[in-house]
Design a protein around this ligand. Sequence first.
Ligand SMILES: [Zn+2]
Length: 349
Amino acid sequence: MRWLLLALPLMISACTYLPGSRHLIVSNQQSLPEPTLHYLGVGGWLVHWKGEGVLLAPSFSNPGGLGIRGLPPLRVKANPQRIDALMPSARDVKMLLVGHAHYDHLLDVPRVMHIHTPKATVYGSQTVGHILHAGKVDARRIKVLVADEIANPYQPSRRGTWFYSNGQSAKDGTRPQGPTPGMIRAMPIHSEHAGHAFGINFIQGQYDHPLGTLPQSLFGWRLGEVTLAWLIDLLDENGKPVYRIHYQDSAATPPLGFPPLIADGKRIDVEILCAASWDQVHNYPAALLRITQPRTLVLGHWENFFASDPKKPARTIPLQGYKGLLKQMPHYTPVIPEPFSQVPLPPHE
Ligand SMILES: [Zn+2]
């Protein structure tokens, strides 16, 4: 029995693979001209646009159980040295979007807010807000989204709310007050977090009060009362979208996470999907892609993040295959970036 206990972590660790053996062709482009999608690993992305920036759920600490690669940790703690070493320059970031409160999407956000993105407001659920309170993030820099502000895929004609990088907001189809609402806007969409295994999400729940200290257990980073997908528009000087990005930070049962009808009718240019747990829900992402039909399809959250080594090529998530995922997207050749590489945006239309 003792040998089994010792052998199990090593067996799981051995179940991370180099992506080629999992049918994934990984891109590793560096030093591309902006604008690009800069992949930070896990659910983290950074986009610079016309002097501003948008950052999605940065995660660098990536602890592992007993420090063993591929083994989920039971206790989690941010690693400030690692965050500071790996976080690219993001001082222009005005919006930091967090889809749910699991540690691999939120653990590093307080440090990033304090040190790396001094101009950013973070957008997320009430639970995200309550946890960030314990991270000593200034309450004026936290925008908690309430139900009325979150687009609902079950009511596709109900107008969603755009949050602009200058802090204003407006229902889709209307313009915020003032001449310069900022160069970026984002719309939260009600989505779902797929199960981790056997269709079960092992870290559920929410917080109804601000926390005094950050959770130290994996299970303390509760999912939150809602999981959010996002529409993100990169705007021109007149407030017109140049690029429209749809982002899902976790696989979700259709139609959860689907974008609502948008008044301007602009198509979606880039779809960023979550590869992890794609097989825990049905028709992901085939159903979503029939709606969004992006020009560029990008897969994130594909790589092992349990005690991962950023200096080595990323390996896949333990026990996660991707052959079936690629079959769900027969009309696309998805871009699967190496962490800390860039993905070019498609040409202007
Ligand atoms: Zn995650």
